[in-house]
Design a protein around this ligand. Structure first.
Ligand SMILES: Cc1cc2nc3c(=O)[nH]c(=O)nc-3n(C[C@H](O)[C@H](O)[C@H](O)COP(=O)(O)O)c2cc1C
Length: 223
């Protein structure tokens, strides 16, 4: 376990996000990708520490900061998680027939074989931090806080040129048991992190003709 670090503000004065920054920020959002193809090169641990510091500033219900990181480093543990993925992916593949099944089999849905850093993300559902603010009627707001943190981490990583790949094709109970974490921790995500082999402005699933982006969800209902 690494020691938590103190998150001092980056800048004491309110910054000005000028038009050039706004343009760059829009590009950052557009060029963030879910990455499954990594170079094996190591990532400087200082970069990861920097990203963890930034992610610690993410929004969370009641300021509960319920995310818990597990760095999955040992070869034995990585084999366990990858076998978990393979089992779940075989089962997922059987839900498709014909052309779709053939297409599914071609998709690369994780980068665990190469990604130099891998993290399991949990939500500490028993955290006293935040004193329960905001989660009395929707306790799942704690889980959403972890997801909000992941998006912060994802964008910050992309700004450094690092790729992040989210793997959800896992049996969460088996992964939780394998990782031996406290019983109150709920498995949220498995992240592969490393230098990407390639850069794209369009998602891999679009490029491989699985699912296009659409404007569904862009609309707004007014009441
Ligand atoms: C909650 C969540 C779970 C995901 N799980 C997987 C996964 O198991 N395997 C995978 O290849 N991609 C996974 N992804 C990545 C999505 O497929 C990807 O975000 C989407 O296709 C859009 O591509 P983009 O992130 O490059 O824009 C996941 C993304 C999210 C937000």
């Amino acid at each position: 376990m690494t020691e938590p670090r103190n998150n001092a503000p980056l800048n004491a004065e309110p910054p000005v996000f000028d038009a050039a920054f706004q343009q760059k920020f829009a590009e950052l959002i557009a060029w963030r990708r879910d990455v499954r193809r990594f170079r094996p090169d190591a990532v400087d641990p200082a970069l990861i520490e920097h990203l963890l510091d930034l992610a610690q500033l993410a929004p969370s219900v009641g300021n509960s900061q319920p995310w818990r990181w597990v760095s999955v480093d040992s070869a034995a543990m990585r084999v366990k998680i990858r076998e978990n993925f393979i089992r779940c992916n075989e089962s997922a593949a059987s839900a498709y027939q014909g052309e779709r099944a053939a297409q599914y089999a071609q998709l690369k849905l994780e980068g665990m074989d190469v990604a130099p850093r891998q993290f399991a993300l949990f939500c500490d559902r028993a955290t006293p931090q935040g004193l329960g603010v905001g989660r009395q009627t929707m306790p799942e707001a704690l889980d959403y806080s972890v997801v909000a943190m992941i998006e912060t981490f994802w964008l910050a990583a992309r700004a450094l040129g690092l790729g992040v790949g989210w793997v959800s094709i896992l049996d969460p109970e088996a992964a939780t048991a394998a990782l031996e974490v406290p019983a109150e921790w709920k498995f949220i995500a498995y992240l592969c992190v490393g230098w990407p082999v390639e850069e794209h402005v369009d998602p891999e699933l679009v490029r491989f003709n699985w699912q296009n982006r659409t404007s569904v969800g862009r609309g707004v209902l007014y009441r």
